[in-house]
Each structure stands twice: as C-alpha cells, then as structure tokens.
Design a binder for this molecule. Structure first.
Ligand SMILES: *Cc1c(COP(=O)(O)O)cnc(C)c1O
Length: 377
C-alpha cells in the first residue's frame, strides 16, 4: 500500500462516536457529514462511510469534483456541492445524482433552460457572512418562481452559513437567524424538504432552530472544537494523529550545525534523529522547535524543517526505527494550531496527500490508502 515511515492514523470509532453524540444533542432529523477537502485531510470515503453508519444521512463537499470522487464509492447517500458549480456542469451533476447550490439569480437564469435528468437544487441565502448566496427577499422569491418554471430543477433545500456562531457572543448568530426569517418572508419554507443552517459551532452551541430540520457537521465530527469561545456540551474525540519513525541516528559534536541556514548549533555533544517528514507533507517550517513524543517522552525538533525531512534532538533512550508522534492525544491538533497562531482546521487540512492515511476501527487497522494513488476515472 505504501512504502514510507510517515503516516496519518484515523480512528474511525472516534468519528462514529462524535457523529452519534452530536446527532443526539442537536435534535435534527437529518445531518450532512461535511467531507470537503478530503474530509479535512482525514480521507473522504472512509469518513463518509463511518459518518453514514453512525447517523449522518447525507454528505456535503465544496466542489463537484469532490462529489464525483465520492460518488464512485458511495452510491446511495445524497451528496451536496455547497460551492458554486459551473452552469455547464449541471448535467454531469445530475447524471451522478449530486445536489447543487443555486447562489444567485444570474446562475439560475443560466441554467433555466436545462433539460435532462432532474437535479436537486438547494438555494443559498446570505444572511451576513457575505460570501455565497442571495441577499434579499425579492431575489429569493424570484429564484423560487424561476426554478418552478423548470420541472428538471427540483427545489429541494435552502441553507445559509453562520459567520460568528463560534464567536464570543451570540449576537451575530441571532442577527443572522433574524435575517433568515426576513429573506424567506415571501416564500413558504414548507416547500423545501431540507432547511439547513447550522455548522458545527451552531449545532453544538445552539441546537436545532425551529425552522430547520438538518445541520451540516464538519470540524466537530473529526473531534476538533470549532472554537474556544464556548464550552462544548460534551467531550469530542480527536480522530487524527500523525506519526513517523527515526530513520537515522547521528552523533553531533559541539559546534555542529543542523539543517539549512545552520539555525541550530549543538552546544555540546548530542544525538539527533532524522525523520522522513517535511513541509511538502504539510509539516510546515513553522513547526521548527516544536516538541514531538517518542516512547512517551517529549523531544524538540531542531533546525529548519526541510521539504522531505526534519531533525529531532534525542537521548540514549531513543533508537533507530522508534515511532515518533508528531500529533497525538497529548500533542493535540489544537496545541499545534495554537502554537502556529492558526486553527485546527488548517493543521489537518495541511497534511498533504503524500502522507498515507491508515484507518483504525475496533482497535485494529482496517485499511490504508494513499490518496496520491486515487484511481482516475
Ligand atoms: C465547511 C462548511 C461547513 C462545516 O463547517 P464546520 O465549522 O467545519 O462544522 C458547513 N457549511 C458550509 C457552507 C461550509 O462551507
């Protein structure tokens, strides 16, 4: 499967546990598992299967190509593309039963004389994020009227996205909810099978809205907190860990420098280990100086992170071939995000397709896949 001493491990049981806990907590009838960006770096097909088995009943992604890749493995579940798809690609989406997003009147006009297999359309309304979506009640009403002139365009869903559900106060969330009411005042929400507003933060923090019957579950399904601004209603379980192995042990003398730019110099005789992971794997140069764990003990990365390798200062307890944890339960995704002044989302999405993903379920490895070697249609 792969031939490399660096790998990501995904604990699928933890994803299942997160999904079922959140579903119970949210009270929604329907739940999209958001598996865009290769399931936030976790592996889209495997995560999708685990999430569907645990209580999610639909999938969503950002782009049509992601949806088409998933569709080859997952035949039954609805898949929604939340981003803008090109009008010329509507037939491809319909052919593979992919739900699409209608985000403005111009887009609807450009697909209005579409004739072909019926396609499920979700209206996107912009209630304050100022990203994709329609911004006034007349446009929303007009959009519905236009869609209703073409029986091949099924008016299936309506949704919005919260900009500050993860923020310090609930003010922004409340304002966006009020805007949902305003933007839908000239249509009947009961005409839509699916009304979905919430992301992870809104799901965990505010629960079900009376007008909604579904939510979109992203980061929290992976066991990562959407924010530190509010307390989680229960503990999430991080599914992602990153590992490597020592492939060479080297003795340094005082004055020996390590890696490009000689930014680290041994001040006494010491040992370092070489790790086969670098910034091309998404283990960014910013990680210079971070700690890793070997046999339960912490050690520091020294010198610049290279494209394919980096170095760790070790002691006599560490040997060739020892496993190195770069991210695990105690060196969490959140810790790495805090240290790099970013968010957990960015840490897991950054680990590139060059790193094989290994899946565990019931404590045993169930499959391993390197996304670089995805089959091409
Ligand atoms: C990514 C995304 C989500 C998931 O958000 P999380 O914060 O990861 O739960 C939901 N809806 C839309 C439109 C998105 O783009």
């Amino acid at each position: 499967m792969h031939h490399r001493d660096t790998w990501v491990e995904i604990d699928l049981d933890r994803i299942s546990d997160n999904v079922s806990m959140i579903k119970r907590h949210s009270g929604f009838d329907h739940l999209f598992a958001v598996v865009k960006a290769n399931a936030y770096g976790h592996g889209d097909v495997e995560v999708a299967r685990a999430a569907l088995a645990a209580g999610a009943d639909m999938l969503s992604v950002a782009f049509l190509d992601e949806a088409l890749f998933l569709r080859r493995a997952i035949k039954a579940a609805p898949i929604l593309v939340m981003g803008a798809i090109r009008p010329c690609d509507l037939a491809v989406a319909a052919e593979h039963d992919i739900h699409v997003t209608a985000h403005d009147l111009q887009w609807i006009e450009s697909v209005l004389n579409y004739q072909g297999k019926a396609v499920n359309v979700h209206l996107k309304i912009d209630t304050g994020m100022h990203r994709l979506g329609m911004t006034d009640a007349d446009s929303v009403q007009h959009a519905c009227a236009m869609l209703d002139t073409n029986p091949a365009l099924l008016r299936t869903g309506i949704f919005t996205h919260f900009a500050t559900a993860d923020g310090e106060t609930r003010q922004g969330y409340e304002a966006q909810l009020a805007k949902v009411t305003e933007l839908t005042s000239k249509i009947d929400l009961a005409d839509f099978k699916l009304v979905h507003l919430s992301n992870s933060a809104a799901l965990l923090r505010f629960g079900r809205q009376s007008v909604a019957n579904a939510g979109r579950l992203g980061i929290s399904m992976y066991g990562l907190p959407p924010s530190h601004a509010f307390a989680l209603p229960f503990e999430l379980k991080q599914a992602f860990s990153l590992h490597s192995r020592i492939v060479q042990v080297k003795e340094l003398q005082a004055g020996d420098a390590v890696s490009y730019g000689a930014t680290f110099m041994a001040d006494k005789p010491m040992r370092i280990g070489i790790l086969p992971i670098g910034y091309a794997d998404g283990w960014l140069r910013y990680h210079q100086g971070r700690q890793v764990e070997i046999n339960g003990k912490r050690y520091s990365l020294v010198g610049r992170i290279c494209m394919d390798q980096c170095m760790v200062q070790i002691d006599e307890r560490v040997h060739l071939g020892d496993r190195v944890d770069l991210i695990n339960d105690s060196l969490s995704v959140e810790d790495a995000a805090r240290d790099l002044n970013t968010i957990g989302y960015e840490i897991v999405c950054s680990i590139s397709d060059r790193v094989p993903r290994v899946y565990k379920q019931g404590g045993v490895v169930v499959s391993a896949r390197n996304d670089r070697f995805r089959p091409v249609a």
